[in-house]
Write a protein that binds this ligand. Structure first.
Ligand SMILES: CC(C)(COP(=O)(O)OP(=O)(O)OC[C@H]1O[C@@H](n2cnc3c(N)ncnc32)[C@H](O)[C@@H]1OP(=O)(O)O)[C@@H](O)C(=O)NCCC(=O)NCCS
Length: 183
């Protein structure tokens, strides 16, 4: 468990699958994710089985948020492509419950995983890709300390047109102590 003030990151459970399927079929949630075909429970079960065989550090973590009735599942966050040789990893995130957008949850979850990446996994660079039109996500990542590196022109084909894909990253040397204390 990676524990923050209002958010915690925990290991994924098979019981999470129905919520994921619900969220990953919500057109607004997946508008800027690499999901281009409807997903069913059996698809997610097969994905879950395959995921368990992947290295532990590439398992998604469930994002939970503190609410009046205790901890509530909100989405997931994960490292992919952990490259130990270069101490670098890509990160991806979604908050599936749209009612929880714009409440700082994505930022806190990202800060928690970045802190874990630098302080526990000894990473040097954490990076991500985001559609140039996804202003909410870009703002969230900037709040978490990421900076824009550049834009891959026409890097994604979404809703009938090509979009730029922005690459963002944070280096451990930029990871400020005051920011680390915030989560
Ligand atoms: C992107 C995502 C993870 C962000 O999480 P979140 O909890 O909603 O983000 P936060 O509340 O921490 O931060 C969002 C910020 O963007 C701002 N924002 C929202 N819409 C915006 C817009 N259209 N333009 C500019 N800023 C915007 C919010 O006001 C907030 O900034 P503030 O705190 O300065 O006011 C979440 O919205 C999500 O999962 N979306 C769907 C899936 C997705 O796009 N995933 C990312 C793929 S790269």
């Amino acid at each position: 468990m990676i524990l923050g003030k209002n958010v915690r990151l925990r290991a994924p459970e098979r019981a999470d699958i129905p919520r994921w399927v619900e969220w990953l079929n919500d057109p607004e949630v997946i508008a800027d994710l690499d999901i281009y075909y409807p997903l069913g429970l059996e698809d997610e079960n097969a994905w879950f089985d395959a995921m368990l065989k992947r290295p532990m550090e590439e398992h998604p973590l469930a994002i939970e948020v503190k609410g009046p009735k205790g901890w509530q599942l909100a989405g997931n966050i994960s490292f992919h492509q952990v490259d130990w040789r270069n101490a670098s990893a890509e990160v991806g995130i979604f908050i599936g419950n749209r009612e929880l957008w714009n409440k700082g949850i994505g930022t806190e979850a990202m800060r928690l995983l970045v802190k874990h990446g630098f302080e526990t996994m000894n990473l040097h660079r954490i990076w991500l890709r985001v559609h140039a039109s996804n202003e909410r996500a870009i703002r969230c990542y900037e709040k978490a300390g990421f900076i824009k590196e550049g834009t891959q022109r026409d890097g994604a084909f979404i809703r009938g047109k090509y979009l730029g894909v922005v690459f963002m990253s944070i280096l451990r040397t930029e990871w400020k102590l005051d920011m680390a204390h915030e989560v």
